[in-house]
Write a protein that binds this ligand. Sequence first.
Ligand code: NAD
Length: 336
Amino acid sequence: MAEISVLGAGSWGIALGLLLHKNGHRVTMWSALESEVNMLLTEREHKIGLPGIKIPQEIAITSDLDEAVSGKDVIVMAVASKFVRATAHRLQGKISKGQIIVNVAKGIEDKTLMRLSEVIGEELPEADVAILSGPSHAEEVGNGMPTAIVVGAKTQETAEYLQNIFANDVFRVYTSSDVLGMELGAAFKNVIALAAGIADGLGYGDNTKAALITRGIKEIARLGEAMGAKPATIYGLSGIGDLIVTCASMHSRNRRAGILIGQGRTMEEAVKEVNMVVEGIVSARAATDLAHKYNVEMPITEKVSEVLFNNADAKNAVYDLMLRDKISEHEEMPWE
Ligand SMILES: NC(=O)c1ccc[n+]([C@@H]2O[C@H](COP(=O)([O-])OP(=O)(O)OC[C@H]3O[C@@H](n4cnc5c(N)ncnc54)[C@H](O)[C@@H]3O)[C@@H](O)[C@H]2O)c1
């Protein structure tokens, strides 16, 4: 049994807290939001994030960060990506050397273009930072539906330790040494999910969706490889796996925001209506900046950025994509 603390008590934090509790670990949940802590303490349920799923009394819930992290074997960082740096910063002086922090948030930091494990590593150099990523909606994990996911870590020892902590008969955990590839896949699939949502909102069908998923993973792979990711990671659970689930599911807030934009709302209106952090928006800007930095072509991502940030017409953006220069599907594959 391990002592585990989960920082961030939204849908994913709670689903993981419940999973870890079922696996026999002692779990403490922490939130920076007093209102969230109060709701969880009184209702024993997150009425908005994970309605209908009760949190057992044995899971401790606190707003005291010292109490949450002191002496814990593993700290799961489950705040939304834009709060990762601030939360890691608040942990300064509270983490001992080698203490494991598993980040489960997905995104790239705005402006610095840093991966979230790099952000945590910069704030907390003494921590052993790992990540958990893959196709895993909180609603389904919370209801015990079979899910396969990947833990990425600097060492095999940490990866296998975490694999044993998280795995059970409905939660299959693989390990990976390619943290970079996993983080890029996790962040950029949200951009393609926005595109898939936009296509849905425009009334397009399954052909369009399949084209976006397939050509989307191709451009993520192009950028990933330029940045040092392993192709197998991009075509694995944390890459194509997560892209498929995000583009297909109504659980995805990125896809839902995309649908609203496709139906004619502005980015701001869509975010307001979804009423949750839409992480793909920051990731779209980051991916576009990184594509320019690494001189990589990412046409879908570029068009999503134009629609989001320059109010470009979504339908015209699709025509532009369809009418790009005619090319071979795999330019790297020469003719005999
Ligand atoms: N929901 C899922 O199914 C799922 C699955 C896999 C990964 N993720 C990733 O996990 C992360 C969390 O997802 P979620 O759905 O639980 O998100 P969420 O929007 O429900 O937010 C998570 C939590 O962030 C915390 N938070 C809010 N404001 C904060 C602040 N100012 N300072 C510190 N913490 C604050 C709160 O505890 C909040 O509940 C995201 O990066 C998401 O991409 C989510």
